[in-house]
Design a protein around this ligand. Structure first.
Ligand code: CDP
Length: 231
């Protein structure tokens, strides 16, 4: 069932831990190629938000999965709608990032989201960003990238992102120490879970971005894509 996408549609799977730059890189690669883009993390964030709105505990696997089944999720341009309501901002909080990683440990919840993720695989192609794109959701993807960086580098990036958000009027308190701790907890939960843990697919290319800018990472992925399409 996890191989249910047409082999003729190219998929570039980009996996990696939080704040590795995956999202930005994946979106730019998709734009360059004119491909569709799947932000699979957004789906887990939406489930966390919906569960919270319905007073369902994130650790209640069955109730969260039932809740996930009922959601009408729609992506339009760069906005996300849940049951017709624009929740693009609401899912981007640190709380929902944490909630996403809590609901994402449940195999039952992950299973509910499989078909929706496959539905993004349309011509001319897809760039899929997440934790298990290359291992579970699109195991036949012709190009798989595992994007990562040292925890401290990622925490520093997330810190700068949040400081910028704060400068734009967000009044959430930001502390580097809290962010680092949160990232470490999230990494441990993502890597340690039994269902679809965060792991580099055997056939994925490891791309360490500690000293690599966004545009260099994008260029590297595009070059690798060109290599496989020229065969
Ligand atoms: O923005 P950030 O990288 O922190 O997170 P995200 O990509 O929005 O994903 C939020 C959480 O959802 C992650 O910490 C994972 O626990 C979970 N997730 C997952 O389990 N599988 C995916 N394919 C994508 C995200």
């Amino acid at each position: 069932m996890h191989n249910a996408t047409p082999a003729s549609i190219p998929v570039i799977a980009i996996d990696g831990p939080s704040a590795s730059g995956k999202g930005t890189v994946a979106e730019l690669v998709a734009a360059k190629l004119g491909f569709h883009y799947l932000d699979s993390g957004a789906l887990y964030r939406i489930v966390a938000l919906a569960a919270k709105q319905q007073n369902i505990a994130w650790d209640d696997a069955l109730a969260v999965a039932e809740c996930a089944k009922t959601l009408a999720i729609e992506f339009k341009n760069s906005q996300v709608f849940l049951n017709g309501v624009d929740i693009s901002e609401a899912i981007r909080t640190e709380e929902m990032g944490k909630g996403a990683s809590r609901v994402a440990v449940h195999a039952t919840v992950r299973e509910v989201l499989v078909d929706l993720q496959h539905s993004f695989c349309k011509t001319p192609g897809l760039v899929a960003d997440g934790r298990d794109m290359g291992t579970v959701i699109f195991p036949n993807a012709p190009l798989k990238i595992f994007l990562t960086a040292a925890t401290e580098v990622r925490a520093q990036r997330r810190y700068l992102q949040l400081i910028n958000k704060k400068a734009a009027g967000d009044d959430t308190q930001v502390s580097y120490a809290d962010i680092l701790q949160d990232l470490q907890e999230r990494d441990a939960r993502d890597q340690g879970r039994a269902s679809a843990p965060l792991i580099k697919a055997e056939d994925a290319i490891l791309l360490e971005t500690d000293n690599l800018g966004i545009s260099q990472a994008v260029e590297y992925i595009l070059q690798n894509y060109q290599l496989i399409t020229n065969f």
